[in-house]
Write a protein that binds this ligand. Structure first.
Ligand code: IMP
Ligand code: MG
Length: 181
């Protein structure tokens, strides 16, 4: 909880994806999703908190009727490997078996959290299940997990902004920046 503007701002090393670049990619993704799911019951699902900004912009770029859902999930690990147990602290209200589900994620890093969430959602038998992620860090992956639609692929950097945090700060930045570790 450091609210000293000078200290907080000096950790923003450099902008790696601008507001304009994000806007453009989201418009394209929204169009693709709208075409693909036209005439189908669509549910966009975000895992809180990181993806809340991306969800807000992506859902407004989707031009077909759709529902929105949020989950809060925590994964547990045995050392470095995922136990496969996900603790859902807030679950979806919708019964996913009635929907084509698109997970809207902020970033895929090791892939563990989303891998566990995918297992859980698959067991509930949605009509289909896909992943859209704003950012993908494939170099860091420890489980096999691919996004169906990664908007930006980035190198192994710690990034902040546009919903992504460091110690709960920086989520309100309108761009993606490298954090000065
Ligand atoms: P996982 O390692 O793929 O399970 O990633 C879990 C979560 O870690 C993501 O959903 C993010 O919330 C967070 N995370 C991973 N990399 C970064 C980063 O570079 N910046 C901020 N959060 C990150
Ligand atoms: Mg996340």
């Amino acid at each position: 909880m450091n609210f000293n503007p000078e200290e907080v701002n000096k950790k923003i090393k450099r902008v790696i994806i601008t507001e304009e670049e994000i806007k453009q990619k989201i418009a394209e993704a929204g169009k693709l999703i709208s075409e693909k799911y036209e005439g189908k019951p669509l549910l966009l699902v975000s895992i809180l908190k990181g993806a809340f900004v991306f969800m807000a912009d992506l859902c407004r770029a989707v031009t077909i009727p759709c529902e929105i859902g949020f989950m809060c999930a925590q994964s547990y690990y045995n050392g470095t490997s995922s136990s496969g147990i996900v603790n859902i602290t807030m679950d979806l209200k919708q019964d996913v078996s009635n929907y084509h589900v698109v997970i809207v994620e902020d970033i895929i890093d090791t892939g563990r959290t989303l891998n566990d969430v995918m297992k859980l959602l698959k067991a509930r038998e949605p009509l289909s299940l896909e992943i859209v992620t704003l950012l993908d860090k494939p170099d860091r992956r420890v489980v096999k997990l691919d996004a169906d639609m990664p908007l930006f692929t980035i190198p192994d950097l710690y990034v902040i902004g546009y919903g992504l945090d460091c110690g709960e700060l920086y989520r309100n930045l309108p761009y993606i920046a490298e954090y000065d570790i």
